[in-house]
Design a protein around this ligand. Structure first.
Ligand SMILES: [Zn+2]
Length: 283
């Protein structure tokens, strides 16, 4: 049984089982993580970057989602306000069909240099046909630096998030920024957590506190945290959820509870690379 990747504690409590994998809750920091994950070499980077943005969960292929763009516009307004960068470079990892990049181009009126990394050849092709600069980058050996790197719906797939964040920090210019979207669900009880968990495609679930701490420990300072309802227009899951809610076995009370608990679990964190004080130099 592996220890918590965040606080390194080996103490945990069983949370849920799915698909032969156990999700446990760290007794110290509250992180939810798979205690018996697949071997690390079975988790390809292509998989990490590729299995996200809903399409794996719903078997929808060819799902370019222009509707998602209205959500991204709102999020970027909330996160950046007047400080939205109008120059520099922005890399979106696991960009899918590139809806987010299209919004970046639109808001910067083309003055941002935007790049995407996407392993799926069909998504790449679709994104390129719409004029986007999308490739599949080998991030382990990628040395280019960016002003902003975004990671939307990628975090839960990462086998070693602290290491991944440290690597990405190396791909940021001094003062560059990370934008991470993931769920803020580690605080939910096992009964309230939305299902399925999609284990072992998803390997961990954080809270705002855990992710903020991890970013700070790795040389990034938090600039803004914004949270949104779990269900948004543009998510195909909204249809599925809506169908569930009209089933008689979901009472109106339960419906209320579900919506209330999930009201702010879609989290976006904006963090800036800060100069690290080298401990050995301090002495
Ligand atoms: Zn922990």
């Amino acid at each position: 049984m592996s220890p918590c990747y965040h606080c390194k504690s080996a103490r945990s409590a069983f949370y849920a089982r799915e698909n032969g994998y156990d999700l446990v809750k760290c007794s110290v920091c509250g992180l939810l993580y798979v205690s018996n994950p697949p071997k690390i070499d079975e988790i390809e980077q292509a998989h990490i970057q590729g299995v996200h943005r809903g399409d794996d969960t719903l078997n929808v292929t060819g799902a370019y989602r222009p509707l998602a763009k209205s959500t991204y516009r709102e999020v970027l307004r909330d996160l950046f306000g007047a400080s939205f960068p109008d120059k520099g470079s922005w890399l979106d990892i696991g960009c899918g069909y590139g809806e987010f990049i299209e919004v970046l181009n639109e808001l910067s009126q083309g003055s941002l240099n935007t790049f995407g990394s996407e392993p799926n050849i069909y998504k790449r092709k679709s994104a390129r046909q719409r004029g986007l600069n999308v490739e599949f980058l080998d991030l382990d050996n990628h040395r280019k630096k960016y002003h902003v790197i975004s990671l939307l719906n990628v975090y839960s797939h990462l086998p070693d998030p602290p290491q991944f964040i440290r690597n990405l920090r190396g791909n940021l210019v001094e003062g560059g920024e990370l934008v991470i979207q993931t769920g803020d669900t580690a605080g939910l009880s096992a009964r309230d957590h939305y299902r399925p968990f999609y284990l072992p495609d998803h390997l961990s679930f954080v809270s705002e506190e855990i992710l903020a701490e991890m970013l700070e420990e790795n040389g990034l300072e938090i600039i803004a945290v914004k949270k949104y309802p779990y269900l948004k227009p543009g998510d195909y899951s909204v249809i599925k959820e809506a169908i569930k809610l009209i089933l008689p076995r979901y009472s109106s009370r339960l419906r209320y509870l579900i919506l209330k608990k999930y009201s702010n679990t879609d989290m976006y964190i904006r963090a800036r690379k800060v100069r690290r004080v080298n401990l050995s130099e301090q002495e």
